[in-house]
Design a protein around this ligand. Structure first.
Ligand SMILES: Cc1ncc(COP(=O)(O)O)c(C=O)c1O
Length: 302
């Protein structure tokens, strides 16, 4: 279907975080992954229908969304997941913070690449946990992680490796051999792995494939938490609906124990939008997202 990317929508008076930052100054606020395009028609129609229903009580387990996610993971990423592995969250950043608090204790630390999307660092800081930074290096116009150098930095107190795939910033889509090296690193140092895959649907280069860390093998699956969300791909970040995929029962239990009573359940309109986006979001519309992806994460690189 055709989508009008030339339509200018003024967001100045919509309580937009992005547009409020510089007020009325003549600045294009390209500081956050939040575009000014309308969401796909399927999302807008689903929201309209849900609003028309007119009753907005507490939501139950969103079966349609769960089915869509299971199907999507299988068809796009060849990953067969089970409904009980899924934990709904109002945001991926909440998931990063929960991982730090659930899988490290005071005095223990985290490991994350640098540079990285700032909430990775802040999640450790806010929980009063240390973080070892794995330096990203520019090699052949592509940012890669220097795991050998990282070996020297570890203290033995680290419990959590925090990955971002595709990496923000830099746009690196990790190859299978790189993910395998990250898995070996995690195994050698007995690390749980949290992988933020929020940008995984925005791969630009033909032939380039996102590989979820958890799909490497059984061990990777059992030590991993994968965070996903339709918010970037379909520009619905203000309707926070994200998921943690946690195959290991004990890890899921710890994650849920940390979350319970503190992190609210996901808004029913956010669930409606996420379900429609992932089920009915038009491929043509998604392809046109190149402009956004370049701004948000830099060009994805082989
Ligand atoms: C890597 C990464 N993770 C998470 C987020 C934000 O996720 P959420 O809005 O679901 O908390 C962003 C936003 O730009 C991001 O780039």
């Amino acid at each position: 279907m055709a989508f009008n990317f030339d339509q200018w929508i003024d967001r100045h008076h919509s309580d937009s975080l992005k547009w409020r930052k510089y007020g009325n100054r003549d600045i294009l606020p390209l500081w956050v992954a939040d575009t000014d395009f309308r969401s796909p028609p399927a999302v807008i129609e689903a929201l309209q229908q849900r609003v028309e229903h007119g009753v907005f009580g507490y939501g139950a387990e969103p079966n349609a969304l769960i089915d869509v996610v299971i199907e999507r993971m299988a068809t796009r990423y060849n990953w067969r997941i089970e409904a009980e592995w899924l934990v709904l969250l109002p945001g991926v950043v909440a998931g990063l913070n929960l991982c730090v608090r659930a899988f490290t204790s005071p005095g223990e630390g985290t490991v994350a690449p640098t540079p990285i999307y700032p909430p990775f660092r802040l999640a450790a800081k806010w929980a009063d946990r240390s973080q070892i930074n794995l330096q990203m290096r520019l090699e052949n116009a592509r940012w890669t992680m220097d795991l050998a150098a990282a070996e020297m930095q570890l203290t033995g107190n680290e419990k959590l490796l925090m990955l971002c795939n595709p990496q923000n910033p830099g746009g690196t889509v990790y190859r299978r051999d790189e993910l395998a090296a990250q898995l070996r690193f995690a195994q050698q140092h007995d690390l749980i792995v949290c992988s933020d895959d929020i940008h995984c649907d925005l791969i630009l280069e033909p032939g380039l494939q996102h590989i979820p860390f958890a799909t490497l093998d059984d061990d990777a699956e059992q030590r991993s938490i994968t965070l996903i969300s339709p918010s970037k791909t379909f520009n619905i970040a203000g309707l926070g609906a994200s998921l943690a995929i946690i195959p290991n029962k004990a890890l899921r239990q710890r994650f849920n124990d940390t979350r319970r009573g503190i992190v609210p359940s996901v808004d029913i309109l956010a669930i409606t939008a996420a379900t429609a986006a992932w089920r009915d979001g038009q491929p043509g519309w998604r392809r046109s997202w190149i402009i956004y992806a370049v701004i948000a994460t830099g060009c994805a690189r082989r």
